[in-house]
Design a protein around this ligand. Sequence first.
Ligand SMILES: [Zn+2]
Ligand SMILES: [Zn+2]
Length: 144
Amino acid sequence: MSHRKRQRNTPQRRIVLEELRKAASHPTAAELHKAVRERLPKISLGTVYRNLDLLSQLGEVQKLEWGGAEIRFDGNPKQHYHIRCLRCGGVGDVHRPPLDVSADDLQQSGYEVLGHRLEFIGVCPRCRNDDAEKTTDSLNNEEE
Ligand SMILES: [Zn+2]
Ligand SMILES: [Zn+2]
C-alpha cells in the first residue's frame, strides 16, 4: 500500500515538474536531468524520463516530439506553437493565435478534426549571431 502511495505523487515528480516549469528552453530529458540532479543527486535519467512521460500523459507538461528530432519537454501545457532552430536544435515559443480548425477546407477533408500539429523552423538568434561573428572574423582576416 505504502508503495502505491509513493508512486502516485512522488517528491521526485514534483521536483521534475518544478524544474521543467522553471526552464524556458524546452529542455531534453538529459538537460532536465542535470537540473534535477542539483536537488536530487541520486535520481537517474530513466526516472526523470519516466516522470516526464507520466506528466505529459496527465496533461501537466507537453512532450515535443517531431519526426527524427530530439524529444523536448515544455512546462507550459497550454496550446502554443514552437519554432525549431535547424542549426542547434533549440526550440522557442511562437506567440500567435492558433489556427481555426473549423475552417471550411478542413471540414471538406471528411475527417473529424481533433487538433493539429504545427512547427516552424528557422535559425535562432544565437546561431544567427554566431554567423554574423564568423562573417566579421573572416572579413577581418582578409584585411590582415
Ligand atoms: Zn540555433
Ligand atoms: Zn513552448
